[in-house]
Design a protein around this ligand. Structure first.
Ligand SMILES: [Zn+2]
Length: 339
């Protein structure tokens, strides 16, 4: 083994002196290794290198695995789109971001191009409660570049059973700041914009700053308002709602032919017909299921992967583990998006 290492060092030194590229030097060492392997095989007892054939073969196998891994890694990095020539060779991403998002980058339907779209995306989330918790966590973890979150509530002990972005330590804190803290701790590479106020008729300017809105609010007045603001700014809307054991989700307003929320739900239900979570209760993981679906639809919408939920409403009944998908259509007489 010592003789081999000395010879390899000599070859490397000669290569360095003659200015040979490192790839050529590694090739010379590879040829040397092949010669050693041949010598050990032909003359196991009388060669100057020592060691059994199996040991040398194992060494070669290990080297091939390392080289293969490094080659695969460099191929993956090459798939990340390059920015202008002024930025480092990793394009829009820093080295630490490439490591972080690697499982997205190797996913065929997202890839480097999709990850770049996520980084450039601006998403507004209405509500930092049960649905908002997984939405905000997954958008931040996924690398959505700019995430706005609007809510005027503070963290209450009764929230902690299902609003998993908040912790016992953030009791009494405005939800948007508690969420911001958790999101930047999860991923320091995303920008979080907290709006510690209630969404109202004057919130159009906020909505206009974003490419996509995710509504996880807990009341009909806000849902209809979010839909009006999104329709006015032609902003796609992913909205979900939950109660007790059941939830539903769809994508609205994704293009001129797609239904808006009010096309599908023309009238809010009569007062007291649909109890709120605080009145009727809600199973802890239910907002996790629906909120995670919202984040998934957002990532598909931004990257263009697969088929979104525009024109389809998913109804999930957690109590009987049943999910139904029904078609929904734009209404020509819709006061919000019709005509
Ligand atoms: Zn409509």
């Amino acid at each position: 083994m010592t003789v081999f290492l000395l010879l390899a060092a000599c070859l490397w030194g000669i290569g360095a002196l003659t200015g040979a590229p490192s790839r050529a030097r590694w090739a010379m060492i590879g040829v040397l290794y092949a010669a050693v392997l041949l010598a050990v095989m032909i003359a196991p007892a009388s060669n100057p290198f020592g060691g059994a054939f199996g040991e040398w073969a194992l060494l070669g196998g290990g080297a091939i695995v390392v080289i293969g891994y490094r080659f695969g890694l460099s191929k993956l990095r090459a798939r990340v789109p390059q920015n202008d020539p002024g930025t480092p060779e990793t394009g829009p991403f820093r080295e630490a971001e490439l490591e972080r998002y690697m499982r997205h980058i190797i996913l065929r339907d997202i890839g480097g191009t999709g990850q770049k779209k996520l980084k450039e995306a601006k998403v507004l989330v209405i509500g930092a409660g049960g649905l908002g918790s997984p939405v905000l966590q997954y958008l931040a973890a996924s690398g959505v570049g700019t995430i706005g979150v609007i809510d005027d509530d503070v963290v209450d002990a009764s929230n902690l059973q299902r609003q998993v972005i908040h912790t016992d330590a953030s009791l009494g804190m405005p939800k948007v700041f508690s969420a911001e803290m958790a999101m930047t701790a999860q991923n320091p590479f995303v920008e979080v914009r907290p709006y510690n106020r209630r969404l109202d008729e004057d919130s159009g300017a906020v909505v206009a700053e974003y490419d996509l809105v995710l509504d996880g609010s807990d009341n009909f007045a806000t849902r209809y308002l979010v839909n009006r603001l999104c329709a006015a700014h032609q902003t796609p809307l992913i909205a979900a709602a939950i109660t007790q054991w059941e939830g539903q989700i769809s994508t609205y307003n994704s293009d001129a032919t797609a239904p808006c929320y009010q096309c599908v739900f023309p009238q809010p239900p009569a007062a007291n017909m649909v109890p709120t979570c605080s009145e009727a209760g809600v199973a802890a993981p239910l907002p996790g299921v629906l909120g995670t679906m919202m984040a998934m639809e957002a990532i598909k919408h931004i990257t263009g992967a697969g088929q979104g939920l525009s024109g389809r409403l998913v109804i999930h009944d957690a109590l009987y583990a049943e999910t139904r998908v029904i078609s929904v259509k734009k209404r020509a007489d819709c006061p919000i998006c019709g005509g």
